[in-house]
Design a protein around this ligand. Structure first.
Ligand SMILES: Cc1ncc(COP(=O)(O)O)c(C=O)c1O
Length: 414
């Protein structure tokens, strides 16, 4: 038998990311229908139906679909109208896209540490960081577990701040009857294929209640003009006749007369992607239920070991388990050894996320080690993410459980 060379990638019995397993004939049929309908494949009725269904699910007035979660966050930050010297408070425990647009702006980012029991932003730390220049708080519902929105919204009200919810992980979650992404002022979602639902692999959504913000989003999302047709008379500066050599007949209305008010982009979701999104949104309760069942099995296995703990899910909260996270006690278990043991047994694990403030781009702006000790300790010694998605078979879930027990028994320091 040939031995594996260093260049060969490890093959996992239990891969971390889902691969196409949540898609079936319903999505394929929905795409087929759109493609063969003869109707437009851009900016049509399917996208509008997807947005209306999404807005109803989240409980907001407006949902605008876009091409990714990253774009959703870019547009959300655009709405903040940040001026040089303004400050934004955010969490270090997230993916770069959450605040990536701030890298190009002359604003100060302040990282508020996380709570050890949830890995979500700590409202007490947020309150300490508010200054007269603070304009917004950008939070993440880490792994899908809703952040303490009651406390965060109280701080926001007190200081007149805008709260942006990065709800990329949290679709299908609930916080005292409300949907993450619909509690703050702006919600952002991702439909990347790893997420709780997908729209052909890439996609996103921005949710708002304010009509004027929805209007602005509409313009920046799709090069939307004012749709005000200006008569030739006005375009030619009051003269009733066209200048010599003009191509247009005297009273014509032309698309040249449509006006764009502000800079924008084209980030619209295609009809085919929206059709998949509609089917996936209907499947969401089942997809989340499967994530929760996998999480319940893994939580039960971990309950046998007092050197590990899972995040605390408060009463009244529904955790959709985009990520299954747990924490080891570093005095009793070497986390990195645990990763290696699980890999050797075919279980792929990921650590999410490297503390944002320690990434080179944020260190170059003065952020440093020691700024968020809870997030740093979590990343360097405590936290783990196990595979948890609807594509896992019961056999794969049992493989994870058995590998965990084997590794934790072996690695337990007495
Ligand atoms: C917390 C968070 N925000 C934003 C994004 C960006 O979403 P997308 O990949 O759709 O651009 C991700 C993607 O992984 C994410 O995990």
């Amino acid at each position: 038998m040939e031995s594996r060379t260093a260049a060969e990638p490890q093959r996992y019995t239990v891969p971390y990311l889902p691969v196409g397993t949540r898609i079936d004939e319903r999505e394929v049929e929905a795409v087929r229908e759109v493609m063969l309908s003869g109707a437009t494949l851009s900016q049509g009725l399917v996208r509008r139906r997807f947005e209306e269904a999404f807005a109803a699910h989240i409980g907001v007035r407006h949902a605008l679909s876009v091409t990714s979660g990253t774009v959703a966050l870019e547009l959300a930050i655009h709405l903040l109208d940040l001026a040089p010297g303004d400050e934004v408070i955010t969490t270090p425990q997230t993916y770069q896209a959450t605040i990536q647009p701030l890298l190009d702006r002359d604003v100060r980012v302040r990282f508020a540490d996380i709570r050890p029991e949830t890995a979500n932003i700590d409202p007490d730390r947020v309150a300490e960081l508010v200054t007269p220049r603070t304009r917004a708080i950008i939070i993440v519902h880490y792994g899908g577990l809703p952040a303490d929105m009651d406390a965060l919204m109280r701080i926001a009200r007190e200081h007149d701040l805008v709260v942006v919810e990065d709800a990329a992980h949290a679709l299908g979650g609930l916080l005292h009857g409300r949907r993450p992404g619909g509690i703050g002022h702006i919600g952002c979602f991702s439909f990347h294929s790893s997420k709780n639902i997908t729209t052909l692999g890439e996609g996103g959504m921005v949710t708002v209640n304010r009509d004027d913000w929805a209007d602005r989003l509409l313009r920046v999302r799709g090069n939307q003009s004012d749709m005000v047709l200006t008569s030739r008379r006005r375009s030619f500066g009051g003269s009733t006749s066209a200048p010599p050599g003009a191509l247009y007949p005297s009273e014509a209305y032309t698309h040249d007369c449509l006006t764009l008010r502000r800079a924008g982009t084209n980030a619209t979701l295609s009809e085919a992607a929206a059709a998949v999104g509609l089917v996936q949104l209907e499947k969401l309760p089942g997809l989340v239920a499967r994530r929760q069942a996998v999480a319940a099995r893994l939580t039960a296995e971990l309950a046998e070991f007092d050197a590990v703990r899972v995040p605390v899910v408060p009463t009244g909260v529904e955790h959709p388990y985009h990520l299954f996270t747990f924490f080891v006690d570093p005095d009793r278990v070497d986390r990195d050894e645990l990763v290696r043991h699980l890999a050797a047994q075919g279980v792929e694990t990921y650590l999410r996320y490297f503390p944002l403030h320690l990434l080179p781009e944020w260190r170059a702006r003065g952020h440093h080690h020691g700024e968020c000790p809870v997030a740093e300790r979590s990343w360097f010694a405590e936290h783990m993410n196990l595979p948890c998605h609807p594509g896992l078979s019961d056999t794969q879930v049992e493989t994870i459980a058995a590998a965990l027990t084997c590794a934790l028994t072996k690695l337990r320091r007495s």
